[in-house]
Design a protein around this ligand. Structure first.
Ligand SMILES: Cc1cc2nc3c(=O)[nH]c(=O)nc-3n(C[C@H](O)[C@H](O)[C@H](O)COP(=O)(O)OP(=O)(O)OC[C@H]3O[C@@H](n4cnc5c(N)ncnc54)[C@H](O)[C@@H]3O)c2cc1C
Length: 489
């Protein structure tokens, strides 16, 4: 199938959907996504979205918290823009129908690590799902937007430095679809899944990062992978995220001797490293029993239910926790309006590197980044398409195959290597060896890809590309900063 549109949006997380909805006022929009419309990291976001809304709070404090959490290497101008636009973005979401929690009519503001004030707007403990629900509802009722689910984009179509669109494998129909557009948007999220232990859903395979790299876009700060300190650590169970908001409500971290060992609301990199250190002598637990069953169920109903399924009762059990790969602070380099170095290609959300996170992301600033920069990119992209025409081009012929047993093995090997050597604490010798090991997997993946493609092979090819870029970037940064921590030998 060949499809032509004004705006092509790749990815249906909060970044992509917010852009699509706004862009539909200015032209035809195609949203292409590799699974169902709701499936995204966004849909699993628990804690909330940060904004200065309390009269005792101020922009300066949110800017400072963001800059300090990022190891003081973030881009202050980008941070200021994001933080000043935050209150307006909360209003936009409320206008869309998002039901944030309120107390006596006022937005209920939660506390999270690294924030010096309570400023996290939330919908119980499932904020991402509530925002996605409202966006999806509006998208489904918009006649200017066409949604293509089960279409995994293979690569961008770039000619003479201009992005013309992208081609995708339709995993239901088993055919290749080409999408040509005046402006193309990468909103494909992060790459948490390149690590063995990750809080991310299966879609987070770094496809957009890899595609942009292959297309010649600049990527930066990939070494800064945020490891969330408190993912469930129970053998045989997923690394289910246990929101920082629980520590914001007084949840304590205890070591194997049941003693506290770190300030629970310190930035995530500090807490993660402290946990890794404690794990050398035994497991680490999160203790939220002081809140009592009623309050836990009221404030954290989703987490309570999920842990119940995993055999943990939050009101009486300690929760075993450990860090897991969570968020990519770096990504495709953009300006403050989502523009990449490739004409006609925009990127925002977790796939992008705007400079707001520096070396580490402050809690609840990711959804905010999605909202702010998707809005800003729309302004740039709608001007860009004026007077432009859609240009078509040939796309590579790919053989589509069903399964390949080797893919799963290569993927698991890569994830284990990344976790062991490019995790919370790194050392330069291991990083150097890692690059060589990843190259071998890359070579084998390349051979598989040439024989025929399916969604698993497409993802593996992207993951290995991104894994290598993360390891290389980590090797090149000799000094510790933010999430990137080099152990002293
Ligand atoms: C468990 C969890 C909890 C979190 N909690 C919070 C929180 O409380 N507050 C906060 O600010 N942040 C939180 N985050 C981070 C935040 O959710 C993400 O950074 C943010 O949602 C990213 O949004 P996005 O739109 O950029 O990407 P995503 O939401 O990840 O969406 C990416 C989309 O791209 C699609 N896609 C990817 N590759 C392709 C391809 N090749 N072809 C077609 N489609 C593709 C995916 O299917 C998906 O639809 C959390 C993350 C997780 C995992």
């Amino acid at each position: 199938m060949k499809y032509k549109t004004d705006f092509l949006v790749i990815g249906s997380g909060i970044a992509g959907l917010n852009f699509a909805l706004k862009a539909a006022k200015h032209g035809k929009v195609a949203v292409v996504t590799k699974k169902e419309l709701m499936e995204s990291n966004s849909n699993y976001a628990q804690g909330g979205i940060a904004a200065v809304l309390d009269p005792v709070d101020n922009f300066k404090s949110h800017v400072e918290d963001t800059y300090n959490a990022g190891g003081k290497i973030g881009d202050k101008k980008a941070i200021e823009i994001m933080i000043k636009e935050a209150p307006q973005k909360i209003d936009e979401l409320i206008d869309l129908g998002v039901g944030f929690n309120r107390i006596q009519g006022k937005l209920d503001l939660a506390q999270e690590g690294g924030h010096s004030r309570r400023r996290i707007v939330h919908a119980k403990d499932a904020t991402g799902r509530e925002i996605e629900r409202a966006l999806v509802f509006n998208i489904r009722h918009n006649s200017n937007i066409e949604v293509f689910e089960a279409n995994i984009v293979v690569d961008l179509i770039v000619k003479n430095g201009k992005c013309l669109g992208a081609y995708a494998l339709d995993t239901d129909e088993k055919k290749i679809n080409s999408f040509f557009a005046k402006a193309t948007v990468l909103a494909t999220g992060g790459a948490g899944r390149v690590f063995k232990n990750s809080s991310n859903p299966k879609i987070a395979t770094g496809d957009g990062l890899a595609m942009a790299y292959r297309a010649g876009a600049e990527l930066q700060d990939l070494e800064f992978v945020q490891f969330h300190p408190t993912a469930l650590n129970k053998k045989g169970y997923p690394h289910y995220l246990i929101s920082e908001a629980i520590r914001g409500e007084g949840g304590k971290l205890l070591n194997s001797k049941r003693k506290r060992f770190v300030k629970e609301l310190a930035p995530r990199d500090i807490v993660s490293r402290a946990i890794v250190e404690e794990e050398k002598t035994g497991p680490v637990y999160l203790d939220v029993r002081h809140l009592g069953e009623d309050e836990i169920k009221r404030r954290f109903p989703g987490i309570y239910d999920q842990l119940w399924w995993y055999g943990i009762f939050m009101e009486k059990d300690l929760i075993p926790v450990a860090p897991a790969a969570h968020f990519n602070c770096g990504g495709v380099v953009t300006d403050l309006n989502g523009k990449t170095g490739i004409e006609g290609l925009y990127a925002f959300g977790e796939v992008a590197r705007t400079g707001v996170h520096g070396g580490n992301r402050l809690a609840s600033n990711a959804l905010l980044e999605c909202m702010v920069f998707s809005g800003r990119a729309l302004k740039a992209a709608k001007n860009f398409i004026q007077g432009k025409r859609i240009i078509e081009s040939a796309v590579p012929r790919l053989k589509i195959i069903n399964i390949n047993d080797r893919t799963g093995k290569l993927r698991r090997r890569m994830q284990a290597i990344m976790w062991e050597n490019v995790g919370v604490v790194r050392n330069r010798q291991d990083l150097a060896k890692t690059i060589g090991k990843l190259e071998k997997i890359e070579e084998e993946t390349g051979t598989l890809y040439k024989k025929g493609v399916n969604a698993q092979i497409i993802e593996l090819r992207n993951m290995i590309e991104v894994a290598k870029l993360i390891a290389e970037s980590a090797y090149l940064r000799e000094k510790s900063v933010g999430t990137h921590h080099i152990a002293k030998n």
